[in-house]
Design a protein around this ligand. Structure first.
Ligand code: TRH
Length: 385
């Protein structure tokens, strides 16, 4: 058991799932693999319930998978701070909690967990102290990353073994569990998890006109509306399949977070978004197309290019061009209608090279280190100082 036994994770759900999806995954790993006592303080239990249906969205406090989950407004001056407070994505800590941290001896560590970025500056900033302007507390930036010298990314100890054990029978079972037979042999099987503003209709149109069957698993969520709009379909869609030319759309349920990996493993290629699904698709070791979370003044394009620079390193030129072209078209960096269908054709033509690279990348990614382990080690080193 780590000498740092108690951890508080604070998380505010900005929008979508990202902040709480990372916060929940971190809490589960600290509790299960680091055998820590973890309290998760979150403001939006409904989002957490979608990721983990065991969570009661109405409960002010509850224990789930060995984690004490509190609604954020349950915090009070009476709460004794943990040895480490994780402020996820700059959500801020409650003033009463900070005051209690100052009174506690020894004073707790304050870690600001940042968003994942592939930009080179992350390595220089990772682990730097961030003295608080008002409070005498040790506060540090912790930056996730895809390369050594950063905080690494979350990976459960058994994830890669479970991925590699996911064979044909497990794939068939997965499809049956979401209401479908396994896709026809020879079809391209794709998962589509995206934001509503993605050029979805253009992508589906290219697949409909394609010369091969493309089976697309679309999880329930906001993206269903533009998909049904393209199909000209109405009414409840869950569990339904729609066939148009070379396109078969399957509407699958939004599965609990631990099972999302199975959706990724059951597909040949995964369209993902944001942060946590983006990471999981990299661990899935299959070709991926990432829709980055949009930011003001298109700052996200710089982050996208930084990832592509890393990811395409070591790819043959044609495959690298296909990966870049598909990523840029999907993120509307290159925004012409023809661009997306051409980009997909180029991406599809490089399937073998991109599949081999995705497997190599997952191995390379492990060298960046596992975030929960690195976080515990970082904090232990700071406490010893
Ligand atoms: O939901 P997101 O768009 O979250 C975003 C990003 O994290 C972004 O970086 C952040 O700034 C913003 O939130 C506030 O995408 P993300 O990060 O992939 O989180 C989605 C989670 O949902 C992820 O853990 C996978 C999970 N998921 C399931 O559990 N079941 C499902 O069926 C699907 C489709 C996803």
């Amino acid at each position: 058991m780590s000498p740092l036994h108690s951890w508080d994770i604070f998380c505010r759900v900005v929008d979508n799932f990202g902040d709480i999806s990372v916060g929940w995954r971190l809490a589960r790993q600290l509790a299960s693999e680091q055998r820590a006592a973890v309290r998760l303080w979150v403001d939006d239990l409904a989002s957490l319930h979608a990721l983990s249906p065991q969570v009661d969205p109405t409960a002010a406090r509850q224990a789930v998978e060995g984690i004490e989950v509190y609604r954020w407004d349950e915090i009070s001056p009476a709460v004794t701070p943990a040895q480490v407070a994780i402020e996820a994505f700059g959500c801020g800590l409650p003033e009463a909690y900070i005051a209690a941290m100052v009174e506690r001896t020894p004073r707790p560590l304050w870690i600001t967990l940042e968003y994942l970025s592939a930009e080179p500056w992350v390595q220089e900033h990772h682990g730097l102290p961030s003295p608080h302007p008002r409070w005498p507390l040790a506060r540090y930036f912790f930056f996730p990353g895809l390369v050594p010298g950063t905080g690494g990314i979350l990976r459960e100890a058994d994830l890669l073994a479970r991925r590699d054990a996911f064979g044909e029978s497990e794939r068939r079972k997965f499809w049956m569990s979401v209401g479908f037979d396994a896709p026809a042999a020879g079809a391209d099987v794709v998962s589509l998890f995206a934001y509503r503003d993605a050029p979805i209709a253009r992508l589906l149109e290219g697949w409909e006109r394609g010369d091969r069957l493309t089976v697309v698993a679309v999880p329930e969520g906001p993206v269903i509306a533009p998909v049904l709009g393209y199909l000209g379909a109405t009414g409840p869609a869950s569990g339904r399949a729609f066939r148009r030319g070379g396109l078969e759309v399957r509407v699958v349920p939004f599965v609990a977070q631990p099972r999302y990996d199975e959706l990724l493993w059951a597909c040949d290629c995964n369209f993902v978004r944001g942060e946590d699904s983006f990471v999981r698709a990299q661990w899935a070791a299959r070709p991926l197309v990432w829709q980055i979370y949009p930011q003001q003044a298109r700052a996200h394009w710089r982050k996208l290019e930084a990832f592509l620079d890393l990811y395409c390193d070591g790819l043959p030129a044609a495959a690298a061009a296909a990966q870049r072209g598909m990523s840029r078209a999907w993120n509307s960096v290159d925004d012409s209608p023809a661009q997306l269908s051409e980009a997909w054709c180029g991406f599809r033509a490089q399937r073998a090279a991109l599949e081999a690279h995705a497997r190599r990348w997952a191995v390379r990614l492990a060298a960046a280190g596992e975030l929960a382990e690195k976080l515990v080690q970082f904090c232990q080193d700071k406490v010893k100082c």
